[in-house]
Ligand binder design. Structure first.
Ligand code: PLP
Length: 341
């Protein structure tokens, strides 16, 4: 099997940088959905706790329950079938229809659609939502939104931010009217957090920046964030081939000269993207030859262990996708080891 090394120093370095922007560790809500972006839910939760992160964001209640002992606060973003009441877990209201699905006394956060048009109630539905939440006897703790273009340097981000300013104002009035306590507000993901020097919300929901693979234009000067995950594989066999020999399924690769090839025990069955075929080079310069198989990949290398990648963005660039997809594709079965360097 391939294996993953998690660089704890890099993770803590990233959290230091993030904490400077949020102005406090207590304002970091670490996004741990999808197996912590492929890094391993429990491994990352445990390191985050050690660092002093108190808040986490996940997609499902199952994820929330697995990490309950690590955090003070957990927000579940996704659809919730059975929302178990918990001191720590908060559930997202993604539309008006979902309000009466929650049991009396459940802690909820209201998501408002300020322009992405994916999830959340419409801005015009704020009053109706507050009223229904009150009627259902839910504990409304926060109102939040999500940006659709925080990683593109266009005016759209400002437009949505302005919309959310109005939502906050209206929500504060409604909270008074319906007798809710003071509300918390949050809107920033990684890219959005780093677009503002004057961050002043109650928390930021930070995913990709913590994992060190943020994809934003250079203008945002984020080079000091460092990737946490590296993927490694062990050699299964080596062989010498002659010029003109073809390698792998379909014989796609044709050797230009005599060479030694190593075959390594990872492939798309481990979640490595098949789009990353002929021509991809590892950080140490070993060239991938032929197609990726399910459990095998061949490189121009005879090393015992090969570093497949240590920055998901390099793979993403090659496979014409984003670091998020490269990382979340990695199967949970791959062994993850935390290392301090
Ligand atoms: C995934 C997600 C985030 C984290 O986004 P990053 O770009 O990884 O920081 C924040 N908020 C919501 C609602 C999300 O779904």
């Amino acid at each position: 099997m391939a294996y993953i090394i998690l660089n704890k120093n890099n993770f803590f370095n990233n959290l230091d940088i993030i904490a400077k922007s949020t102005k406090g560790r207590d304002k970091i809500a670490l996004v741990l959905k999808d197996n912590a972006y492929g890094h391993g839910l429990l491994e990352m939760a445990s390191m985050a706790k050690e660092y002093g992160v108190e808040k986490a964001v996940v997609r499902t209640i199952e994820e929330a329950q697995k990490i309950e002992s690590f955090f003070e606060y957990i927000l579940v973003l996704g659809r919730t079938q059975t929302a178990l009441k918990s001191q720590k877990i908060r559930y997202t209201i993604n539309d008006i229809a979902s309000i009466d699905k929650f049991e009396h006394g459940t802690k909820v956060e209201l998501k408002v659609d300020t322009g992405m048009h994916r999830n959340g109630i419409a801005m015009s539905e704020l009053e109706e939502a507050f009223s229904k939440i009150k009627e259902a006897g839910l504990i409304l703790e926060a109102v939040f939104t999500h940006h659709r273009s925080s990683d593109e340097l266009t005016s759209e981000w400002f437009w949505q931010k302005e919309n959310f300013v109005n939502v906050k104002e209206k929500s504060r009035e409604l909270a008074l009217e319906f007798g809710f306590g003071s509300l918390r507000f949050h809107s920033s993901n990684s890219a959005s957090l780093f677009r503002q020097l004057d961050f002043d919300e109650d928390m930021a929901r930070v995913g990709i920046a913590a994992y060190g693979c943020i994809e934003v234009p250079d203008a945002l000067h984020l080079k000091e964030l460092k990737p946490v995950l590296s993927l490694w594989a062990s050699r299964v066999s080596t062989r010498e081939i002659k010029a003109g020999d073809r390698v792998g399924y379909g014989g796609d690769y044709v050797a230009a000269e005599d060479c030694v090839l190593g075959n390594y025990d990872f492939g798309y069955g481990d979640g490595f993207l098949r789009a990353c075929a002929c021509g991809y080079k590892t950080p140490d310069g070993a060239e991938l030859v032929g197609r990726i198989s399910m459990d095998n990949s061949t490189f121009k290398s005879d090393k015992e262990k090969i570093l497949v990648f240590d920055d998901a963005r390099d793979v993403a660039l090659f496979a014409k996708t984003i670091s998020y997809e490269v990382l979340t594709s990695l199967k949970p079965e791959i062994k993850r080891t935390v290392a301090e360097f």
